[in-house]
Design a protein around this ligand. Sequence first.
Ligand code: ADP
Ligand code: MG
Length: 475
Amino acid sequence: MNGMADTSKWTECMSVVRDILSPEQYRIWFEPIKAVSLEGMDLTIEVPSEFFREYIEEHFIDLLGRTLKRVIGPQVRLIYNVRVTKDSTVTYPANGKKDLRNPEVPIPAEQVISSISDPYVIPGLQRLNIDPNLNPIYTFDNFIQGSCNILARAAGLQIAEKPGNTSFNPLFVFGGPGLGKTHLAQAIGIAVKDRHPEQVVLYVTANQFVSQFIDAVTVKNKLNDFIHYYQSIDTLIIDDIHEFAEKKGSQNALFQIFNHLHQLGKQLILTSDRSPVELQGLETRLLSRFKWGLTTELTVPDYETRISILESKSFREGITLPAEVIDFLAQKVTGNVRELEGALVSLMANATLTHKKISLSLAEELIGKIVHVPKNDISITRIKKTVCSYFNITDEILLSNTRKREVVQARQIAMYLSRSLTSTSLDSIGAQIGGKNHATVLYACNTVCDLMDTDKSFRQYLSDIERILKTDTTL
Ligand code: ADP
Ligand code: MG
């Protein structure tokens, strides 16, 4: 063995490789490699894991092979020593489809000879066979378009055409429960896979990601594999990222993965139940990256969209609902799409069980049981009306740009109450109260909180208005 010579030849190769790859690629995939020995034409290198070896074979072997042949000689053979531990079985994702390691490998090192020794044979490694974790029922075909989702849906369709290659990277979709975030995210994944079968697509929930991360840190040497695994994805979808709140380690891993993928032009799709500004417990450096692409909200579907959704769902169930029943459900079930589906399913089940036909009277009879119809539903419209009548100003004045103190206060109170009594997002509150942005709404909420602490008469206004809102439904 000739320790000095190996290292110098390897270093020479690395200086070539470094020039060709991006600094990030070089840092991640080549810096951790150690040259072990060069005996004759056999160059032995040590890589941190089996996954690492597979990745290099798959992505860089051409480059590496050509370089080694030039620097060391055409007969060169590359031998990998894979650093292993006995328990280094890597099974990602949680569904256990892909076992990257054979646990029976010898310790401490496993040797694998690279396929570059035969110049005519393309490395036999297949593309990593990652189960994308997609549910075929969530397609674009049955994701009904409406004003509530038009932008998000259009962005999703474009991403499906050119994943990683649109200005929607990352695509950040947020909205309340049951508004279609998972459906849309999955539909994008399915469409990407459909149009680009060679793409490695992966859908995970933030919770799955977090538990895989915890698994990886508790077993020695698995963290690298975890990160590399995610860094090998072409289109990565992470659902419900608000679940990352306060999970520092997972956020850190996500940060590394995000940077790597984004830099390589890979597509990221994230969903959350609130907008980035409201994501408490997430690091600013992550939040700022979420805003690099497109942030778009899914809102509650309007009446027309509710009708289309009901028509489409009943059609798929193979039943025809009388128009008046569809209209009735669309009028009464206004919360979110999941409730709308629930109402439809209960109605169908009930009709089957009782051998009744689905009719308006059956729907009326059941509606109280199948959906929670709030008696005193507080909407932003009601809040605005109540605030205006309390301060004796008109709607126009409330929504105008005037900086008069009373009006500014009334506006801030309306924003604060919208925030605390409805589940509307900051952006949407701002849009409905004078066309302001989320920052103005956030500022208003903070001001109101401060004033409540310090100003007694202000506190009185607020409790009056809240009482009226909660008791008087004539407004
Ligand atoms: P979220 O992830 O936002 O909580 P989901 O994506 O799980 O919501 O949607 C709840 C249900 O509503 C799902 O069954 C989904 O198929 C359906 N749904 C949501 N939006 C639409 C839509 N635009 N068209 C058709 N079905 C929808
Ligand atoms: Mg969901």
